[in-house]
Design a protein around this ligand. Structure first.
Ligand code: DC
Length: 695
């Protein structure tokens, strides 16, 4: 599990039911690689920088916290979501002492430790001080010796506090020796070089002469170094590449100047999952935030995907993917597709040295190819968040693929059909995100510890489920309690031949489950964890909780009240939202609730807001309860309904209100049949308008 930094309360496992299609547009979170480079440079700079669209994730959080501990002023609260960093001009104000070292925790962020270390060595050369850097257990298995050796060669005092060659580390501020060049190996991680380059302008000023950084061995992940150079250029620091046989970068004594404002690009590695989904699930899917003008090497993933058979389109700050499978039936029904595993991509044999992160996504695409896929020159996978070659091999095998692998390559032979599986994620966000694509196969996939995506993309599963839902025609019916939504929605669903989601039932079941376990209705964490782990199944209209029918029990008025109470909690709503989106299956869905059109299915083809006067609704609910054999009192029912409406409409998250563009129907004086026909007619009208067909 991620180090308690995730923004939502994450479940132990997440069930992804089989998906068929995906379409729509996703605005990417900020690039992790750019965010962490910019944070450190802004901290070291002279002047103040406003960071726009900075990624908010575990990895940026550990960088921000570390810099704050070193005395850098970082304001994370500006109202527009930007972050303001006041640079320290190369001198941290808090550096501790050997008796009281400053303690920095870098989680599992390789970039944070590998760029902070040289910055500390250089910044503390004049001030002295003592800083300990540690991380999660996996971080203490990730190599750092090449970088430590490079720094020690100019006199840095760095000690290993655990295993030699690995974090945790202690850095003591000592004067540094002038050297003709600092040497670093390039074949384990390009992050070492990035770290030295970012610290070099300050060192060059201390030395009064250029700092030359010499790379020994092959330099892997070269595009990341180009990204470093481009970001440094924005801070007024040119990084020259010397001509000659050796790979040497030179930085003259220069001030790092805050650029006032820096807008972070979308994350190209995160884009890979959606572009791949567009290719596997036909798309089109557009990612916004990266495009042909991006400085990130991982955008070249799109070309690799093109080689596998996807159609790719480029804009200045967007990329779109799709794939036309020769379809026997242009409008397939869900049942026709069951057991049909898409194999419409082509297997490829690629050198992935330049796109190590996005290449993991290619491995999973390989499961959907007609032949084997070989990814070469990916040795760096072995020292990432986990040994990614071993992890990808194990999980592809779990899904039924045959896998061959070596020291720095992997070959995936796709299976005829994927096996149902629980994917292990090894505390590696990219394992969770890339293997979520397996849910486009013919089987349900469970993702273990899905919260690990918080490292770079806390809302990944929400974004994915949102786009998958857009591939399905959805009709939403929202409205207050007892407005007749349930009756109308289920009849409309029957008439259109669509599935039906009674979202209120999910809130009621969650409330009942909490009550059965004696969970305090104010305990958001416990409620959310129950809502995510409860085993829920719908057999027709009958709801089963942990295998037991609760259809009757959840209809009690008191359960409805409890549902309304717990519905105010954001993390609980988020957990139920994923479950609700899962109901979007072909040929279509009718969903009723409070926020179906505003939050859960904002791209629904038709949104209806159904209402009736409070008295009419109280009378309907009274009749319903009496018919079911419950006792009821009309006046107290009326008061209860008004109290619930007030709470549902005034809560901070997803309050009850008509979605924009919703068709509002007042059913006070209409029969059920009249309302059903009005909704069905409206559906046909928009369908013809949007698709040229009736449904
Ligand atoms: O529709 P219902 O009475 O079964 O819903 C019970 C409660 O659940 C309702 O008072 C508020 C909450 N709810 C919600 O917040 N959002 C939904 N989409 C559905 C229900």
């Amino acid at each position: 599990m991620a180090q308690g930094l995730s923004l939502v309360i994450a479940p132990k496992t997440l069930l992804l039911s089989p998906r068929r299609g995906i379409t729509g547009e996703v605005v990417l979170p900020g690039s992790k690689s750019i965010s962490n480079r910019v944070l450190l440079l802004a901290a070291l700079a002279k002047g103040s920088t406003r960071l726009v669209r900075l990624l908010k994730s575990d990895d940026t959080e550990v960088m921000i916290q570390s810099l704050q501990r070193l005395g850098v002023a970082i304001d994370v609260s500006p109202p527009d979501g930007a972050i303001q960093v006041t640079g320290c001009n190369g001198v941290f104000s808090q550096t501790g002492s050997t008796a009281h070292p400053i303690q920095l925790f870098v989680g599992n962020s390789g970039l944070t430790i590998r760029t902070l270390l040289p910055a500390l060595v250089v910044a503390m050369a004049r001030t002295g001080g003592c800083v300990d850097i540690s991380g999660v257990a996996r971080m203490h298995e990730r190599p750092i010796q090449d970088l430590v050796d490079g720094c020690r060669a100019i006199g840095a005092k760095i000690d290993y506090l655990g295993q030699p060659g690995f974090p945790p580390l202690r850095v003591e501020g000592v004067p540094l020796r002038v050297a003709p060049a600092i040497t670093v190996r390039g074949d384990t991680s390009s992050q070492y070089l990035t770290g030295l380059l970012q610290a070099a302008p300050i060192l060059a000023r201390q030395w009064g002469q250029p700092v030359r950084v010499k790379v020994e061995g092959e330099l892997i992940s070269q595009p990341y170094v180009e990204m470093t150079r481009s970001v440094m250029a924005r801070f007024g620091v040119p990084v020259k590449r010397e001509t000659g046989a050796e790979l040497v970068y030179a930085i003259a004594p220069t001030e790092i100047i805050a650029p006032e404002e820096f807008a972070v690009e979308g994350d190209a590695s995160s884009a890979s999952y959606f572009l791949a989904a567009g290719a596997i699930g036909h798309g089109p899917v557009r990612v916004v935030g990266v495009g042909r003008d991006s400085v990130q090497g991982d955008i070249h993933f799109a070309q690799a995907l093109e080689k596998m058979g996807a159609q790719i389109q480029w804009g200045p700050d967007w990329i779109e993917s799709s794939c036309h499978e020769p379809a026997a039936d242009a409008h397939p029904m869900e049942e026709d597709l069951v057991h049909r595993m898409p194999h419409h991509l082509r297997g490829v044999d690629l050198d992935c040295n330049a796109i190590p992160d996005a290449a993991m996504t290619l491995a999973v695409c390989g499961l959907f190819a007609a032949g084997p896929t070989t990814l070469r020159n990916i040795g760096s996978w072995r020292v990432k968040e986990t040994d990614r070659i071993a992890a990808v091999a194990a999980e592809c095998e779990r899904l039924g693929a045959r896998v061959e692998s070596g020291h720095d390559w992997i070959r995936i032979h796709p299976p005829q059909a994927l096996l149902p599986a629980t994917i292990q994620t090894y505390d590696d966000h990219r394992m969770a995100m890339s293997f979520s694509l397996a849910s486009f196969g013919n089987t349900a996939i469970r993702i273990d510890d899905p919260g690990c995506v918080a490292k770079t993309f806390p809302e990944y599963f929400e974004a994915l489920s949102g786009l998958c839902a857009q591939a399905v025609p959805v009709l939403t019916i929202d409205g207050p309690t007892a407005s007749g939504k349930g009756t109308i929605a289920s009849q409309v669903a029957a008439e259109l031949g669509f599935g039906y989601l009674d979202s209120g039932a999910l809130y009621r079941i969650a409330a009942l489950a909490a009550q059965q376990e004696g969970i305090d209705l104010k305990d958001e964490r416990a409620l959310t964890s129950k809502a995510t782990t409860m085993e829920l199944e719908f057999q027709g209209q009958t709801a089963l909780l942990d295998g037991v029918s609760v259809g009757e029990a959840i209809r009690q008025e008191q359960v409805g009240l409890m549902a309304s109470q717990i519905a105010v909690f954001p993390s609980l709503r988020q957990a139920l939202m994923l479950r609700q989106r899962d109901f979007a299956r072909l040929p279509g869905l009718v969903a009723d609730g409070r926020d179906m059109g505003t939050v859960v299915f904002p791209h629904a083809r038709l949104k209806v807001f159904l209402t009736a006067t409070p008295r009419a609704r109280a009378e309907r609910r009274y009749k319903q309860l009496i018919d079911k054999g419950f006792s009821a009192n009309l006046d107290s029912l009326s008061a209860d309904l008004e109290a619930r409406d007030a709470r549902d409409a005034s809560r901070a998250v997803a309050p009850l209100k008509p979605a924009s563009g919703a068709v509002v129907i007042d059913s006070t004086d209409l029969s059920i049949n009249e309302v059903v026909q009005a909704v069905v007619n409206a559906w046909h009208q928009v369908s013809v308008k949007q698709t040229g067909r009736l449904t």
